[in-house]
Design a protein around this ligand. Structure first.
Ligand SMILES: Nc1ncnc2c1ncn2[C@@H]1O[C@H](COP(=O)(O)OP(=O)(O)OP(=O)(O)O)[C@@H](O)[C@H]1O
Ligand SMILES: [Mg+2]
Ligand SMILES: [Zn+2]
Length: 498
């Protein structure tokens, strides 16, 4: 490049972080062409077409010399569409149509339609937070991203959402005022499913209540049609709303994945239920510019793995890192990325391949080796991270018809919120995340309960890990009862969920 004629500031999103990308327009001797460097091949081609069409349609001039556009730094992988608008703006600035000083403290991102209107980009909230943190004065983004980015607006950063290239140009020329966008008040979308729909199954509902209160993981075992899927789908209905901090974390991840709805901030815990045929990359995250997988989309919410033994073994093994650390690491040639991935795992399985092993009415048609192989699919280390395991029996027709409805999700939600607050006040995190020293300090047993615990350990042949699981669950049961100390009844109930 012989000389840089104009520079626009934009951003690329890697992981959930946005990084500065400079769009430099230079001029070279030679035949009139437009060369873009710093983008993958296919994206360059498409971007060039859109930028050219949008500039023409706005009735603005397209340069007639040999133009090079450089997206710097080169080592950050970039996706094409979000650079359309900054490329178009920089081209116009290079021709003196937009004053160059209008671009110095302005971050620009947006995909152009051929007619010049602006289409939303992925990860806009991350770009907004980046622009605010780096103290840029203005951010230009597409209108469809404005609800999510409104949050990033600060006293020093104005977020502006032009409808089209035309509007963006007029604004930067000083010929058009754009109103700063206003944060929309987001209504939490309450789940329409309610626990009251489920007849009976008091034990399973209680297990869900404990799971939700302590952010534990839960495995439900039962024959086909016993209501496992129905129960799991109702977990979000008893979870309290996300805090502002959690909501922003979740929104950043969903925005990066390109699945954010236009309503802006996600204020209720997400619920993800990938099918067992999902790829490893779909579950864990991946791609050349890595996108978050289901474990990250479930961050601060629920990951429901229905028919757990049907998931392929590798997929289950890679679940271990997020279950241990609350993050996933994705290695790429040039970089190692981490995505947040702290979720409640809810899993279901049948007792055997045919589903009826242990059923009182129907006969299991599986051979013992078949049953053996089925249960061996779930490895010890995975099961070690699941604090509660319950049986969900099939209700009889009689029971289904005559059992009166139980508590509504709303009633449970209040108790659960109170128990969660107790845990966070005491130890700064949910009970499921207590291990080692911290567990034994916060789930301290007085002399009486300690003797009782020793008897449980003997009777159930509990390993050290098994006992830790029991203690965590007992801590949550005590919190639900509003008790400071764990007693024998809490331990006894906890020992029934294994
Ligand atoms: N306790 C219940 N109260 C009301 N309806 C129920 C109950 N249990 C089961 N059902 C009915 O049975 C259907 C099947 O339940 P669900 O799909 O949750 O079973 P499942 O345990 O997930 O079975 P599978 O192992 O085959 O996946 C539900 O859609 C619901 O109509
Ligand atoms: Mg099911
Ligand atoms: Zn069977």
């Amino acid at each position: 490049m012989r000389a840089v004629l104009a520079t626009a500031i934009s951003a690329a999103v890697l992981g959930v972080e946005a990084y500065e990308v400079l769009v430099e327009v230079g001029i070279n001797r030679g035949l009139p062409t437009l060369l873009i460097v710093g983008l993958p091949d296919a994206a360059v081609q498409e971007s060039r077409e859109r930028v050219r069409a949008a500039i023409n349609n706005a009735g603005l001039p397209f340069p007639t010399s040999r133009i090079i556009i450089n997206l710097a730094p080169a080592h950050i992988k970039k996706e094409g569409p979000a650079f359309d608008l900054p490329i178009a703006i920089a081209l116009l600035a290079a021709q003196g149509i937009i004053p160059k000083q209008a671009l110095t403290d302005t971050v620009i991102s947006g995909e152009l339609a051929l007619n010049g209107t602006l289409r939303p980009v992925r990860g806009a909230i991350n770009i907004g937070l980046f622009a605010a943190q780096k103290r840029y004065r203005r951010l230009l983004i597409p209108p469809a991203n404005s609800a999510e980015v409104a949050l990033a607006q600060t006293e020093t950063l104005d977020v502006l959402a032009p409808q089209s290239l035309d509007q963006a140009v007029s604004y930067l020329q000083g010929n058009l005022e754009l109103p700063p966008i206003l944060p929309t008040s987001t209504q939490p979308v309450q789940s329409t499913l309610d626990l009251v729909d489920i007849k009976g199954q008091a034990a399973a509902k209680r297990a869900l209540e404990i799971t939700a209160s302590g952010s534990h993981n839960l495995l439900m075992k039962g024959p086909p049609g016993s209501g496992k899927t129905m129960l799991a789908q109702r977990l979000p209905s008893i979870l309290p709303n996300l805090s502002q901090h959690e909501a922003i974390e979740v929104t950043r991840i969903h925005s990066t994945a390109g699945i954010l709805k236009q309503s802006g901030l996600i204020t209720h815990p997400p619920f993800r239920s990938p099918h067992h045929t999902i790829s490893d990359a779909g579950l864990i995250g991946g791609g050349t510019i890595p996108r978050p997988g289901e474990v990250s989309l479930a961050h601060n919410g629920v990951l429901f793995l229905d028919e757990l033994p049907e998931f392929n073994r590798r997929a289950l093994e890679v679940m271990r890192q997020p279950l241990e650390d609350g993050v996933v690491t994705i290695s790429r040639a040039r970089a190692v990325l981490t995505f947040p991935a702290r979720f409640m795992l809810i899993a279901s399985q049948n007792p055997c391949p045919c589903g009826f092993y242990g059923d009182s009415d129907r006969l299991c048609s599986c051979t013992p080796p078949m049953r053996q192989r089925y249960s061996a699919r779930l490895s010890g280390p995975l099961l070690d991270r699941i604090d509660l395991r319950i049986n969900v029996p099939q209700l009889s027709a009689e029971e289904l018809l005559h059992i009166p409805p139980g508590e509504s999700s709303e009633q449970l939600r209040h108790r659960i919120a109170a128990a969660r607050i107790l845990a966070v006040k005491r130890q700064g995190r949910p009970n499921a995340q207590l291990t080692g020293q911290a567990l034994h300090r916060h789930a301290y047993l007085k002399a009486g309960p300690q003797d009782f615990a020793k008897r449980i350990i003997k009777q159930l042949w509990l390993s050290g890990r098994g006992f830790d699981r029991l203690l965590r669950v007992a801590r949550t049961i005590a919190d639900l009862a509003g008790e400071e100390f764990i007693d024998e009844t809490h331990l006894a109930e906890a020992s029934s969920y294994r």
